[in-house]
Design a protein around this ligand. Structure first.
Ligand code: ADP
Ligand code: ZN
Ligand code: ZN
Length: 731
């Protein structure tokens, strides 16, 4: 008989401890297996953390333990899910983020392998059937059979379903001339790109590569202006690492950027690359995951969770566009891929490269202190000039005329020039949909999401109101639900409205629109990007998705329709976000042979995030912003954590929060600043009222101990549910 300790699939602090079961069956069972079990009369999945053989009687064991234990229902896996180093990583992540361990395991594994009930229905391995020659002796065969035999022997092996004449094939099998073999199928279809000889590195790229090779440091910040050729540096270093027999983990922040990086790596390294990102189907993810785990490839290109890819012997971890916030998971365990990369790098003795034209302030500050090794690329490849940038003040009526209140005279001229010269333009507005909010002109009623309580956005293409936080949608009402009037007003504008404006002003221009609405259909994003690259459109309109990373050689104009969006958000990061977004967007212009320009429209022409982004001056922005962070004592001058309580009864949540804040104040004393309770930007979630406390602190170890204490007290409260977010991004 075996005794096992398991983690239950629910990611609650109250269940974040092992539960004991026994197993008398014959199946193999060990640490790292999933099991099916009964927990409080529910059939759930558990993850085995301890397992040992015993000869004792179950009665004696229960007596020793002081409680009854049950037998598990079944063993799910045939081998452990995670290798030793990933288990160790899971421990570290769960410890660092004060997160339930099962939540970390669930984030690490693809849906088919995840320790949760739903994984049991997820896709399993798929096989392809091939026909292969066993014996090419033609004696005694008919001419037709010989014909097929010769055909098969000319190609080594062939997919069974490609052979049309099944009866002839059956005969060949019967006569033992051919056999059917099963091979695991890779359901993700990757294009077969042709190899291109890499360009010779520029002088700057070479020096960066040399500096990297000569250094023994662990973490590097590769800060290179837009168009400085960071990707070529990644590829060169990856190649070196592969030659040493080690593996490479290449992370890209989001789906819009994966196809490009994928292409670069597939071109250079062919079948040695596995792909892991959120747009893959569960079946594709499962195949890629197993391909990596079996050691069938040495490179993984993927998004955030690919940091947990089961690569062995990692030599290099790269995070491209390290400043992008999608590297932070916004649900439990709230991990950030950058921190995990550094943990993992240490474990594998692998070097870690963080690359960006606009590094996050945290990373740059660490590089400044020498915690990271700073590598600089200060020029564009071939010394191409950075785009000439103009800021247009929308508050100045000279800049606007009756033709359009969205596009200034200057921007319209620039678009016209681009169209005349048959070049391309990118127009950016960091808000999707048609209008920002919808309200009743008569009574002032604002249409809000019933679950999140934030304003709904009008989407013209399907005539719907949508919540941009949850997936709530409803038909655009014709009358006001409060007063019955039909004076419904739409204010503000988003991508859809911009596209309509372009079509009105420049009917001959071909437009494409890219925002997360496009992401509703799989593979739509890469195809829009590809269409634009192939010049099937003149103007690409989009949100921040189009700002980063892309390399469109014919784009000579970038127009930022309203740079102010986001700057008014109450977040200590709003300046940083705006600066990064504008700098990145401006950097899309004039990257190849033609020089480019950028036009930034704003009501805040003197805001330093905007003026410095216009000059692409990271250094000055960094210094100014650090000064502000220092005065306000925000990261990187302090750590931040948010603690959220959720519950069905608002009063209860508030009372508990007040009590919690009291306790935090006592525990931190003068070692931290506790703010709150605040009502978060999105005040409800799934029928729960939310309240948040924010803590600023400098001593991370101390804070972690306090948070653990808080967790142990709140774990068993049934009316409120507690979550901790270390280094939250929405404050
Ligand atoms: P970044 O990521 O730094 O913005 P990219 O890696 O996209 O820049 O490179 C910009 C452009 O320069 C790309 O078209 C790339 O193919 C090209 N490039 C990079 N390195 C070289 C080189 N050494 N010689 C010629 N072209 C290069
Ligand atoms: Zn009304
Ligand atoms: Zn909502």
């Amino acid at each position: 008989m075996k005794i096992v300790e398991v983690l239950i699939e629910y990611a609650n602090y109250s269940l974040d401890r092992p539960f004991s079961y026994f197993y008398k069956g014959k199946k193999k069972l060990d640490v790292g297996f999933r099991v099916l079990l009964n927990f409080n009369n529910r059939e759930l999945v558990g993850y085995v953390t301890k397992c040992y053989e015993t000869n004792k009687d179950i009665k004696d064991i229960q007596e020793e333990m002081g409680f009854n234990i049950e037998e598990i229902i079944d063993v799910i896996d045939e081998s452990p899910l995670l290798s030793g180093d990933l288990l160790e990583l899971a421990d570290k992540v769960s410890e660092y983020y004060v997160a339930p361990k099962i939540s970390v395991l669930q984030s690490m594994l693809p849906p088919s392998l995840s320790p949760r009930k739903s994984s049991l229905k997820a896709p399993k391995i798929a096989y392809d059937q091939y026909v292969r020659i066993v014996n090419d002796n033609e004696d005694g065969l008919t001419d037709k059979q010989i014909e097929l035999l010769r055909l098969i022997s000319s190609v080594d092996k062939v997919l069974k379903k490609e052979i049309k004449s099944k009866s002839i094939l059956d005969k060949l099998i019967e006569y033992q001339r051919v056999e059917i073999i099963k091979e695991e199928k890779r359901r993700l279809k990757v294009p077969n790109y042709e190899y291109k000889t890499p360009p010779e590195l520029t002088y700057e790229q070479k020096s960066v590569v040399e500096e990297f090779n000569e250094s023994k440091d662990e973490v590097y910040l590769l800060e290179g202006v837009t168009g400085s050729g960071k990707t070529e540096v990644y590829l060169t270093l990856s190649e070196q690492v592969l030659k040493q027999g080690k593996t490479v983990l290449m992370l890209v922040p989001e789906i819009a950027l994966t196809p490009m990086m994928m292409e670069y790596y597939l071109r250079r390294f062919k079948g040695d690359v596995a792909i892991l990102h959120s747009e893959l189907t569960p079946a594709e993810k499962y195949d890629e995951y197993r391909k990596i785990a079996k050691g069938d490839c040495h490179i993984v290109v993927g998004a955030r969770s690919a940091i947990f890819a089961p690569l062995k012997n990692i030599g290099l971890i790269i995070l491209d566009e390290e400043h992008v916030e999608s590297y932070k998971q916004d649900v439990v365990p709230f991990y950030h891929a950058r921190e995990v990369a550094i943990m993992r790098g240490k474990m594998h003795k692998a070097k870690v490269i963080l690359g960006s034209a606009t590094p996050s302030l945290e990373s740059r500050a660490r590089a400044q202190k020498g915690v990271y090794h700073l590598l600089l690329l200060t020029n564009r490849v071939n010394n191409k000039q950075l785009p000439k940038t103009t800021i247009v003040n929308l508050a100045d009526y000279h800049n606007i005329d009756r033709e359009s209140y969205i596009f200034s005279i200057r921007l319209r001229e620039a678009i016209k020039n681009v169209l005349d010269r048959h070049e391309q333009a990118i127009l950016l507005i960091n808000r999707r949909g048609f209008s920002t909010s919808v309200s009743c002109r008569k009574c002032g009623h604002i249409f809000k999401c019933p679950t999140c309580d934030i304003a709904l956005t009008y989407h013209k293409s399907d005539n719907m109101l949508k919540c941009h936080h949850c997936d709530y949608v409803c038909k655009m009402p014709e009358t006001c639900p409060e007063c019955g009037s039909n004076y419904i007003m739409k204010t503000g504008f988003g991508t859809e409205r911009i596209e309509e404006e372009v079509n009105r002003l420049f009917p001959e221009a071909r437009t494409l629109r890219l925002d997360s609405d496009s992401a509703k259909i799989r593979a739509k994003i890469p195809s829009i990007i590809e269409d634009f690259r192939q010049k099937k459109a003149d103007i690409l309109i989009g949100t921040q998705m189009i700002a980063k990373g892309h390399d469109f050689p014919d784009v000579t104009l970038v127009g930022i329709v309203l740079a102010d969006i986001g700057l008014s958000m109450p977040s200590y990061r709003s300046n940083e976000r705006a600066f990064q977004l504008i700098t990145q967007a401006v950097g899309r212009s004039g990257r190849k042979d033609k020089s480019g320009i950028a036009i930034i429209q704003t009501y805040m022409p003197n805001n330093y995030a905007i003026t410095m982004a216009a000059r692409q001056n990271y250094e000055l922005f960094y210094r100014k912003e650090m000064e502000y962070r220092r005065i306000q004592n925000y990261p990187p001058y302090s750590f931040l954590a948010s603690i959220t309580l959720a519950g069905k009864v608002e009063d209860n949540v508030v009372k508990n929060m007040v009590y919690l804040i009291d306790m935090l104040n006592q525990e931190f004393n003068d070692k931290g600043l506790v703010l709150g309770p605040t009502i978060p930007y999105v005040p409800y979630e799934g029928n729960n009222y939310l309240r948040t406390a924010l803590v600023k602190f400098k001593d991370y170890k101390l804070a972690k101990e306090i948070f653990k204490k808080v967790v142990s007290i709140y774990a068993n409260k049934s009316q409120v549910h507690l979550t901790i977010n270390i280094d939250p991004y929405n404050f």
